[in-house]
Design a protein around this ligand. Structure first.
Ligand SMILES: [Zn+2]
Length: 250
């Protein structure tokens, strides 16, 4: 089974912390037991194929609509962005079963993937803007869809050339609503960011964002006493990790 490419060493290095969630029973064709390095390489390969397949399924940037076929060999080629980029300290405490949610967070799950153009550092790309918290995707329960919102609070794309203002689970798959919406809340409360929303509008929207994730909760009332602070701290960590660890994005 030709699963290990000659370039796989660098892949192992950049994915060491996340490939552990990928289960594999791959064995060499000569029935010898695979070495630890070979297993890691096979897992990395599997992960790359999983991301590739998801990009092919979605076909275009989820924010601006650039087709993968049009930007394939450019710096705006489609990449996988993670809503939460890696397993941060306390992630499951905040968003897992111990906080009343239906399951734990799996970093390398399609529910944590977004397909965006470019990558961190490519100015003007959606992946770069997403990592810099200039816009965010949130789950809009009343119409069962995902919608983009900018850091200034605008929710439409007038005066831009952006077309897909929202996305549907039937098209992009089900996402972690709790991660999307807490990230969105954090963006709107980032100090110094200009917003068109009044404090009251923002507070109402914040409550709605929490309400729209109820379907991911086992219990209606979240047991965390100071959820706002916890979410803010956690997302701060995630943003830092996002910037520092974009090597994990392909
Ligand atoms: Zn884009």
């Amino acid at each position: 089974m030709a699963l290990v490419s000659t370039t796989s060493t660098s892949v192992i290095t950049s994915n060491t912390q996340i490939v552990g969630e990928i289960s594999t029973t791959l064995t060499k064709t000569n029935t010898q037991i695979m070495s630890k390095e070979e297993i890691e390489a096979a897992k990395a390969f599997e992960l790359r194929e999983k991301k590739r397949a998801y990009k092919q399924k979605c076909k275009k940037c989820m924010r601006c609509g650039k087709l993968g076929s049009e930007v394939e060999n450019t710096k705006f080629k489609l990449t996988i962005a993670h809503i939460v980029p890696r397993r941060t300290e306390g992630l499951d405490i905040l968003f897992g079963v111990s906080s009343g949610y239906i399951d734990e967070i799996f970093i390398e799950d399609e529910r944590n993937y977004l397909v965006l153009c470019g990558t961190y550092g490519v100015a003007g790309s959606c992946h770069d803007g997403y990592d810099r918290l200039r816009f965010s995707l949130f789950y809009y329960l009343p119409e069962n869809r995902y919608e983009w919102i900018n850091s200034d609070g605008t929710r439409n794309f007038e005066n831009t050339n952006i077309s897909p203002a929202h996305q549907y689970p039937e098209v992009i798959g089900v996402k972690y609503a709790r991660l999307l919406n807490s990230r969105t809340a954090r963006m709107l409360y980032t100090p110094g960011v200009h917003t068109i929303m009044t404090p009251v509008q923002r507070a109402i929207f914040f409550d709605q964002l929490q309400d729209w994730t109820e379907h991911e909760q086992i219990t209606f009332f979240n047991p965390i006493p100071n959820i706002n602070t916890n979410i803010n701290n956690n997302i701060n960590d995630n943003i830092n990790n996002n910037i520092n660890n974009n090597i994990n994005d392909i």
